[in-house]
Design a protein around this ligand. Structure first.
Ligand SMILES: OC[C@H]1O[C@H](O[C@H]2O[C@H](CO)[C@@H](O)[C@H](O)[C@H]2O)[C@H](O)[C@@H](O)[C@@H]1O
Ligand code: CA
Length: 733
């Protein structure tokens, strides 16, 4: 890795050109300002006019009209932020979207003054990538209130792989971090999915956390300007109760810890931090958090991954499940379960800390409780096969979806009842109109959302009946992880405290590994029998009602490798037969085109179908392939995915989005299915990327060898890279 990739130490006597924005532009580090007055003007001189700036530049070798580069020093520019920003946008942002991309038709060159000549000598900044980096840097400098800056040319021409990794590790994670407490409720309370007339911040507190109720009530009293509405949840959360909250949606409280406050000199409650996905998703999500954690761990932010595990344990204790996300409209459903793997990965990194064993104990107890009360009991557990399904409780129209989402489904019913669309939704939600067919539709729709794969023709109108390969692979992983944790870390005898007892464990004082090993063996056997298709080399979903194996080809088949339930033979067949059906230009596609079937006006694209690819599918497949020794395949898939992300990042002003069209080499970030893509709509500079894509980037880079990382930095497509390594005649497939 280059020094920029590793964000190595600063060069003596100056600021690293690749340092974080708050160091580079801010005044958070006064010593940095003193160290290099040439760059970081102190706040008191921010408003200086050009002449004053030149004065400040006294320490620079001022060689008007000379060639800076001749000195052998890296080039720096002296820039008037507003003036340059105005000129840059006017000339280069020809489609006026506040981004400079390959679609803009400007001259693609702008001259700027060098710092070595105090701005007299001008040199060209050329090409979309450097110009868009200039736009990003100026936008951020402006955020910091800077009027004038000295900018390293190296910051504009930075290796794109290094730049994106640096942004993810140093900026995006921070921008996506939330904690719910008085300091943050205004930001964390915001919900772009709150379509009610008065989207004020509102927080619901479970009855088991009275200290939080008191805390937020005080905040609401002391800060009336927040308009914070504090509500106490009932002990029994029923689908009726949840439906009654449609008009007053709010945040669900998360874990808090006592911390010493330096200002008030007393202990205060403080929210345990977590990372949100980004865009319209401004809350703690179930499976997003797992993938984010993989990226956070690689980014040395184990503290945040640990915070999310602690928050999950809080959710299991107070809401009975790891929530789809912590908003009231998600109360009845969960998301794909990853807690055991997440806790183990965090534990591995913190095991030398004094509370680490307690952390692991709490996590495994919570996971056992979740297993018994959410996934391995009815309605999710199918009593005949013993396999599990996504099948949450609830009723009515999910209010968080954009208002038009169900137009095609509900309009015929509205017409039948002589109502407008809005009148019908209200009447149906209030049960003054009863439509059993619609109830069945929404049962499956809720299941689709619980599966995380919302939405896909693989699951629509059927999901609640399917024992899916994804869910059962994850539960197999729970079973083997729990067995291992009990055996290895708790001497095969884990006492179950009263608060973790469930109907299934009421009479069990201790858990031991044997029962969990048995459960895992049984599940694997049933999956082999009902879901494995040797001819196709894939695991398929099983319909527990019609008792037939489905034929929809999906990337979730590789989750069986991630979980370790596939035999080596099954793994070999998946690599040989399933992979070619699902591999595309930018990595794995969610499902095959053939399985999705034709799309058009009457049958619109669904975001979890062909041609879209999602970070979680990629990350699980890479890990699964590595687990079974398929390094070459894992590297190839990771390379393709990262290449696609890097290319879009370079060509489209630093864009990093929620999902990609993995069949589109030029603009894969353009996805208009359902609610569209998240992460495209920024002005000037990207601030947060998207949680699991950020994670996939830094996690995937770790899988690639050094040669691949270098090629990626040079934006080399996979087949070109492959031919360079294996000879011009070689074919990448
Ligand atoms: O608002 C519509 C739906 O949005 C969420 O789903 C999508 O975003 C989630 C957060 O990144 C992600 O976990 C999920 O896989 C995506 O499909 C939400 O989870 C759904 O419940 C919601 O209806
Ligand atoms: Ca533009």
């Amino acid at each position: 890795m280059s020094s920029s990739e590793s964000n190595g130490p600063r060069r003596a006597g100056s600021i690293d050109p690749y340092s974080n924005s708050e160091i580079y532009y801010g005044n958070n580090d006064p010593s940095a300002i003193n160290r290099d007055r040439r760059r970081a003007f102190s706040t008191s001189v921010r408003d200086n006019e050009r002449d004053n700036i030149r004065e400040l530049l006294g320490t620079l070798p001022t060689r008007r009209g000379s060639h800076d580069e001749a000195s052998g020093n890296p080039r720096k520019f002296l820039i008037d932020v507003d003036e340059t920003l105005g000129a840059l946008l006017k000339q280069e942002d020809t489609d006026k979207n506040m981004q400079i991309t390959i679609e803009d038709a400007g001259p693609k060159v702008l001259s700027v003054g060098t710092a070595g000549s105090s701005g007299f000598r001008r040199v060209d900044v050329r090409g979309t990538y450097m110009l868009s980096n200039l736009l990003q840097e100026l936008t951020i400098a402006k955020d910091y209130g800077r009027k004038n800056i000295i900018l390293d040319e190296a910051r504009l021409s930075e290796n794109p792989v290094a730049r994106l990794s640096r942004l993810i590790k140093n900026s995006f994670w921070t921008a996506l971090t939330r904690r719910i407490d008085g300091s943050n409720i205004e930001i964390a309370g915001k919900d772009p999915k709150d379509w009610t007339d008065d989207p004020r911040p509102r927080i619901y507190i479970p009855p088991g956390a009275p200290e939080q109720f008191e805390y937020y009530t005080n905040i609401a009293k002391e800060h009336p300007e927040l308009r914070l509405d504090v509500q106490l949840l009932p002990a029994d959360i029923t689908p009726d109760y949840v439906m009654g909250l449609v008009d007053k949606p709010g945040l669900l409280a998360l874990a808090m810890e006592k911390k010493y406050n330096e200002d008030t000199k007393q202990e205060e409650l403080s929210g345990v931090p977590f990372v949100v996905p980004g865009g319209r998703f401004n809350e703690l999500y179930g499976w997003d958090s797992y993938f984010e954690s993989l990226g956070l761990i690689v980014s040395d932010r184990v503290d945040l991954a640990k915070g999310m595990v602690i928050n999950f344990c809080f959710c299991i204790k107070h809401y009975g499940k790891i929530l789809n996300a912590n908003r009231t409209y998600y109360l009845t459903r969960s998301q794909p379960p990853f807690l055991t793997d997440m806790a183990l990965r965090v534990y591995e990194r913190i095991k030398s800390e004094p509370d680490s064993k307690e952390f692991l104990r709490n996590s495994v107890l919570a996971a056992i409780k979740e297993y018994h009360t959410v996934w391995a009991c009815e309605p999710r557990r199918d009593p005949i096969t013993g396999l599990s399904r996504y099948r949450p409780e609830g009723w009515g129209v999910p209010p968080e979806t954009e208002p038009t989402h169900f137009l095609h489904i509900l309009t015929p019913y509205a017409e039948k009842h002589g109502m407008t669309f809005e009148e019908f939704v209200k009447a149906y939600n209030e049960r003054t109109v009863v439509e059993p067919e619609l109830d069945e539709y929404f049962l499956h729709d809720r299941a689709v959302r619980e599966s995380g794969h919302d939405t896909s023709y693989r699951l629509e109108r059927i999901c609640g009946n399917l024992a899916t390969v994804d869910l059962n692979s994850l539960l197999y992983k729970y079973e083997v992880d729990i067995a291992r944790i009990i055996r290895v870390h708790f001497k095969d005898k884990l006492p179950i405290p009263q608060e973790f007892r469930t109907a299934a464990t009421q009479d069990i004082e201790f858990e031991s590994s044997a029962a969990w090993d048995r459960r895992a063996r049984k599940r694997k056997q049933t999956m082999d029998q009902l879901m494995w298709d040797a001819d196709k080399g894939m695991f398929f979903d099983y319909n527990t009602v019609t008792k037939e194996r489905k034929v929809y080809e999906t990337a979730t088949t590789f989750w069986a490798m991630w979980a370790g339930l596939a035999t080596p033979q099954q793994a070999a067949q998946m690599v040989q037969k399933a992979l070619p059906r699902l591999e595309a230009f930018g990595g794995l596609v969610s499902g095959s085109e053939e399985s999705r079937g034709p799309v058009g006006l009457e049958r619109p694209n669904r975001q979890w179908d062909f041609p879209y690819g999602w970070a979680p599918q990629q990350m699980l497949a890479w890990t699964g392939f590595l687990r079974y020794g398929y390094e070459e395949e894992a590297e190839r898939l990771a390379y393709k995915w990262l290449y696609m992300i890097t290319k879009a990042f370079v060509d489209f002003n630093g864009v990093v989005v929620e999902k990609y069209d993995v069949t589109r080499p030029i603009d894969p970030h353009r996805v208009d299915a359902e609610y569209g893509n998240q992460g495209t709509n920024f002005k000037g500079a990207p601030r947060e990327g998207f949680g699991w894509v950020n994670a996939s980037y830094v996690y995937g880079l770790d899988i690639l060898n050094a040669h691949m990382r270098r090629s990626l930095g040079a934006i080399t497509p996979y087949d070109t890279y492959y031919r360079a390594v294996n000879g011009p005649g070689a074919s990448a497939f």
